[in-house]
Design a protein around this ligand. Structure first.
Ligand code: 6V0
Length: 319
């Protein structure tokens, strides 16, 4: 009886705490809906708003996802751009996606206009809001979102190579037999054709990954190619990729809401490079808390310089 009473007190106290709000702009599409669903399925206790320029698509996804929320702490409904601007976390998944064989960088002209118009529609944006860019090319669009939102750099990030790094960790897990969560290895640079693997900084059980006995005869270039090609393979087979990025975006939103200070390879503004790019950063409720200095080999440093030059060049066309 006492346990029941305590449970009821806890429930009624919880009901008085206002839910944090996460809005998914482009939520009528595949990536947005997968993200909103992942937020609910992960048990994030937030009010999830689905927003889209196609009202009916937002309505349908929100109603469907709300059916999945009945036993979870989160809720889901269709929202407006104005409501989204007042959210704690604004996730942007709106815009054109790659066609089979098309590089992400090709999307920039189409998605630049979409992101600019979304930023206008969101105004006024809550000063403590964090923006999480997912639309591609994510590095350049994060830069554009920061400049047009008026928010400080540390409050605007992009999903970047978090998904690619997850693909890498799954691959390495199959080779080594160790859980992907115990493998610390990153894809870095650009979320696109100029990304590279940070092999020299990769660790497993406190040791350099490349010293693991099962890594001895592995062709590293083949692993890189497989990770690099995976999105193209999925798009070729089913038209688009969304489950993996959905869980990645929801995990990043959770870190922003719950102040977890976890380290992710996300698009953040790296002062030393003078641009936004995918680089390990600790994420908490203020956005980026710390960015890290990653040890690179000479060859990796060359790839880093290529990625920096490509991102800066692309960003300079949209200033
Ligand atoms: P989709 O299924 O076509 O959805 C896009 C949605 O955006 C649609 O519902 C549109 O109605 C909506 N939209 C378009 N313009 C606006 C606007 N002005 N305001 C609000 N909504 C708008 O595409 P999908 O969901 O597959 O992909 C969306 C974006 O995510 C693309 O740019 C992809 O390239 C990108 N991805 C990024 C990944 C990453 O790792 N960062 C991974 C996969 C896809």
């Amino acid at each position: 009886l006492l346990t029941n009473k305590l449970y009821n007190v806890k429930q009624s106290l919880m009901a008085t705490i206002p839910k944090q709000r996460v809005s998914v702009i482009g939520g009528g599409g595949n990536v947005g809906a997968a993200t909103a669903f992942a937020l609910i399925a992960k048990g994030v206790p937030a009010e999830v708003l689905v927003v889209d320029v196609v009202d009916k698509a937002a309505e349908g996804q929100a109603l469907d996802i709300s059916d999945a929320s009945f036993m979870m702490p989160g809720t889901c409904r269709k929202g407006t751009f104005k409501e989204a601007g007042q959210s704690d976390v604004i996730i942007i998944t709106a815009g054109a996606r790659q066609q089979p064989g098309e590089p992400r960088s090709n999307l920039i002209d189409r998605n630049y206009k979409i992101i600019k118009s979304i930023m206008d529609s969101l105004q006024p944006i809550k000063s403590s809001a964090k923006i999480l860019m997912v639309s591609n090319p994510v590095d350049v669009l994060t830069d554009i979102a920061q400049k047009t939102s008026g928010l400080p750099r540390k409050q605007v990030i992009g999903s970047g190579t978090y998904l690619d790094s997850g693909r890498l960790r799954n691959e390495l897990s199959e080779i080594t037999g160790v859980s992907p969560t115990s493998i610390h290895a990153y894809m870095l640079g650009e979320h696109g054709d100029n990304q590279f693997t940070g092999w020299s900084s990769a660790r497993i059980g406190g040791r350099p990954l490349l010293e693991h006995p099962k890594m001895k005869d592995i062709n590293l270039d083949e692993i890189y190619e497989k990770i690099q090609r995976k999105a193209y393979v999925i798009i070729d087979a089913k038209g688009s990729t969304y489950y993996g990025i959905g869980i990645c975006a929801a995990t990043l939103a959770e870190a922003l809401l719950n102040n977890t200070s976890q380290v992710f390879p996300v698009v953040n503004y790296v002062e030393n490079f003078g641009c936004y790019m995918s680089w390990p950063a600790a994420i908490g409720c203020d956005g980026v808390e710390q960015s890290f200095d990653v040890k690179l080999s000479k060859d990796e440093d060359k790839k880093l310089q290529t990625a920096i030059a490509a991102i800066k060049d692309a960003c300079s066309k949209y200033e």
